[in-house]
Design a protein around this ligand. Structure first.
Ligand SMILES: [Zn+2]
Length: 285
């Protein structure tokens, strides 16, 4: 047990001095150890730095509410469509019933589904925006997420506002089958309608952005920006390797590789995100 762990070792007599210390678990105790460089910093400091390692700049996952807090002007966010809750149209069961899985995730995250949306202001500019919650079933897109994304564009269309979507997702939600896949067409159609008001749509790809989300609205941004080292693509590297029977180049599907190949417009570190979004909104809005 590492010294910075929260759990107290009551039976100290039983521990052997040779035993190697257990690795610190993420989110446990008052310290945070970086996966990238191994640096240990106080958890409060790491959180104050928006979950970015102050030493090596590794970007750890940031919960959805913290993301909105980071990007938006204080007190400007008005959450909308929070009441939408997923149904279980297929009566799906894998290791668990889909209904039970939803209930459990709702309890542990306090979220109804994997997307939080509404309106807010970025340095004074009103925007219609939404952000995936990776902490809710891997940010998978079912019919509720699809509906909420479509409403981000619908609101932007009706109110003539710019739109921003932060994506962090494994793709479509398998438990909803075809209903999930239909969200790709639905969100893209809503985005298409929004285009007529000639306001910008900025897509921000976080780690990871894959599957049906990458294959629809996330890559359709007027400006597509990504966080450093984010995994972005449709199918995962293992699936591609098995299909084409070739070894993929190092760093394949990471932001740095994608920008070299013209697949995204910019890599924006998290700590500059708010300022860069504000700049883009001023230039394009
Ligand atoms: Zn680090």
């Amino acid at each position: 047990m590492a010294w910075f762990s929260k759990e107290k070792k009551l039976k100290s007599k039983e521990t052997t001095p040779e035993a190697p210390p257990a690795p610190a678990k993420k989110g446990e105790g008052i310290w945070n150890q970086c996966d990238g460089c191994g640096e240990v910093v106080a958890k409060v400091e790491w959180e104050r730095n928006w979950n970015v390692c102050p030493k090596c700049g590794q970007h750890d996952a940031l919960p959805v509410r913290r993301r909105l807090e980071m990007v938006l002007d204080p007190g400007s966010f008005q959450e909308l469509d929070a009441e939408l809750t997923p149904q279980d149209p297929l009566g799906f069961t894998d290791a668990k019933k889909y209904k039970d899985r939803l209930k459990g995730t709702y309890k542990s995250t306090g979220l109804r589904d994997a997307f939080v949306s509404g309106v807010g202001a970025v340095e004074g500019t009103q925007v219609s925006l939404g952000c995936f919650a990776f902490e809710f079933m891997g940010g998978s897109m079912g019919s509720v997420v699809g509906e909420k994304v479509a409403r981000v564009f619908d609101r932007a269309y009706e109110r003539r506002l710019p739109a921003i979507v932060f994506s962090s997702t494994g793709g479509a939600r398998m438990q909803e089958g075809i209903f999930s896949l239909m969200q790709m067409a639905k969100t893209s159609a809503a985005l298409h309608r929004f285009r007529s008001v000639r306001k910008p749509y900025i897509s921000v790809m976080l780690h990871p952005t894959t599957g049906g989300v990458a294959a629809s609205f996330a890559w359709l941004g007027d400006v597509v920006i990504a966080e450093p080292k984010a995994l972005i693509g449709f199918a995962g590297p293992r699936v591609i390797e098995q299909t084409i029977r070739e070894k993929l180049p190092p760093g394949f599907q990471r932001s740095e590789f994608l920008i070299e190949h013209g697949m995204i417009d910019a890599i924006v570190p998290r700590l500059e995100q708010r300022q860069r979004l504000a700049q883009l909104l001023t230039l394009l809005g």
